[in-house]
Design a protein around this ligand. Structure first.
Ligand code: ATP
Ligand code: MG
Length: 497
């Protein structure tokens, strides 16, 4: 069945400039998010999960350098769109929930007010209508400028990184230093030239697009005005009719018509923008939707008066006021205890199904993955080392790192944690050659230390980057612990049927 892609990440590589050198946080990853599915990204601490989600949200730290790749959403590369447009997409279409709900709530504003305000911003009809009408042209114009700035900034960052690297060199001879100084000078000149050319290239295009935008803005203003006039005229006519009826009526009839008039007034305001009262009503509804008991009472409380689990529900509620299409959850339950964690996972699953959301769910816990995922991407040292459907990852894992993760899930029945993964993840300033997991893997072969394994295809949906899948590799079996668990759980599944 062909899948409907909502988001697609292609060959993304992200570095950070640090005092100790360039850190390679994300190294050439690609994945798609299909409509209505949950894709889990799983991996140990430092594997690049949060950096990936932050890149999608456009909230990478300042020292980030996007080395290569793109993130495509609705025909736009999110890495190239302007801040305004990004904000719009981020606020409206892609919502994010973080590990620590406190950081996304304002500690000194009552919960109800925070949700109501988000609701008001996201429901101003005339404003939304106007910005929808001009958005295509506005995006095109802004993005032209943004693309120019991004191209220049990226080139500048590369230059700065180069200079930092050269300066950090120890025991260089005088001769080498002189050569380096020359190289820097040349690179600086090349950058100046690049900047000039790039600005020229974009200037003409930006001018044309601005003219188009100004025309569209005029038209949009007119359209919004006409809409408002039409709605107002309809309302006035209806009101006049009802008032005439009211004058002729008596008793019960009169009461009924008065009520109709009130309803008509409310419907009218809601057609233009929602009132505070309506926003509050919807805020309470959404609090109920995310499972806050006694929302009327909770409405007036401050974030500190909520438990961790309830705060996370509030954060989810605020994200929902924008009716997002994609929800990114970065370890949203890590700070919660196990029972509360299960409730929040259930909530996310329910909302996802009811609102037909697509979800990227980030966790280091394969137990959580089992509850959430349609598909799974396993990340190690900035790379996706295996991806497949949840079934393929749990019942037919191929990468030694996936085996190691699977062996380390505590057994639900015996509660024993079977095997911790030996060793520590590599220092990403000096990412290892070949298969980055080799040093910690008892299945490592010589080639693993020399050459990077390609993504071997196992099925149309299942891929893994391990030399064990090479036709020349010796046949090895996955660890007994893993195969035993798979066998037991398959038998249990049979028993359930
Ligand atoms: N602003 C930054 N400057 C320098 N290095 C950074 C920065 N942000 C992240 N990193 C590094 O990038 C790598 C990936 O970090 P990331 O936060 O994506 O890990 P993660 O997989 O989310 O881990 P965790 O499970 O601990 O949240 C780490 O080595 C981290 O130290
Ligand atoms: Mg993280």
């Amino acid at each position: 069945m062909p899948q409907d892609k909502v988001l697609s990440v292609n060959n993304l590589a992200i570095n950070f400039k640090t005092d100790n050198g360039i850190l390679h946080a994300v190294r050439d990853i690609s994945f798609d998010l299909n409509r209505g599915e949950t894709l889990c990204i799983v991996g140990e601490s430092g594997s690049g999960k949060s950096v990936t989600s932050k890149a999608i949200m456009g909230i990478l730290a300042n020292n980030a350098i996007i080395e290569s790749g793109n993130i495509m959403y609705r025909g736009e590369n999110l890495l190239e769109v302007s801040e305004d447009e990004f904000y719009k997409i981020r606020g409206h279409k892609i919502g994010m929930i973080f590990q620590d709900p406190l950081s996304s709530l304002n500690p000194i504003v009552r919960i109800g007010k925070q949700i109501t305000e988000a609701m008001l911003i996201n429901s101003d009809k005339l404003k939304i209508m106007y910005s929808d009408l001009i958005s295509d042209d506005l995006i095109r114009y802004k993005n032209t400028l943004a693309k120019m700035n991004i191209e220049i900034t990226n080139e500048r960052k590369k230059l700065e990184a180069y200079i930092a690297e050269v300066k950090a060199k120890e025991n260089a001879s005088a001769q080498e230093r002189a050569a380096d100084r020359n190289a820097i000078k040349e690179k600086k000149l090349a950058f100046k030239e690049f900047e000039k050319k790039t600005r020229e290239k974009y200037a003409q295009r930006a001018k044309e697009l601005k003219a188009v935008l100004e025309q569209t803005e005029q038209k949009a203003k007119q359209q919004v005005k006409e809409y408002k006039e039409k709605v107002t005229a309809e309302y006035k006519a209806k009101l006049a009719e009802l008032e005439k009826k009211l004058a002729a009526a008596s008793g019960e009839q009169k009461k009924k018509i008065s009520q109709e008039i009130e309803e008509e007034k409310l419907a009218f305001t809601n057609k233009l923008k929602i009132t505070k009262a309506e926003a509050k009503k919807r805020a309470l509804e959404i609090m109920r939707e995310v499972g806050i008991p006694e929302p009327e009472r909770r409405f007036k409380q401050f974030p500190f008066e909520f438990s961790g689990g309830m705060r996370q529900r509030i954060v989810i509620a605020i994200a929902l006021t924008a009716s997002p299409e994609i929800l990114i959850c970065d370890e949203p339950t890590t700070a919660l205890d196990v029972t509360i964690q299960a409730q929040i996972l259930e909530l996310i699953n329910r909302i996802k199904a009811e609102r037909n959301l697509s979800c990227i769910f980030i966790t280091h816990d394969l137990g959580v993955v089992a509850n959430m995922a349609d598909r799974v991407a396993v990340m190690y040292a900035g790379k996706i080392v295996e991806y497949g459907t949840a079934e393929e990852i749990f019942y037919d894992p191929k990468h030694p790192y996936t085996w190691a993760l699977l062996s380390s899930i505590p057994d639900v029945d015996s509660k024993e944690k079977l095997e911790a993964i030996p060793g520590t993840p590599p220092n990403m300033i000096y990412p290892p050659k070949g298969d980055a997991f080799a040093a910690r893997s008892r299945y490592a072969m010589n080639i693993d230390y020399r050459e990077e394994p390609p993504m071997f295809k196992i099925s149309d949906t299942h891929y893994a980057a391990t030399w064990l899948l090479d036709p020349h590799a010796p046949k090895v079996e996955m660890p007994k612990i893993v195969s035993e668990r798979i066998r037991i759980s398959l038998e249990e599944d049979k028993g359930d049927e």
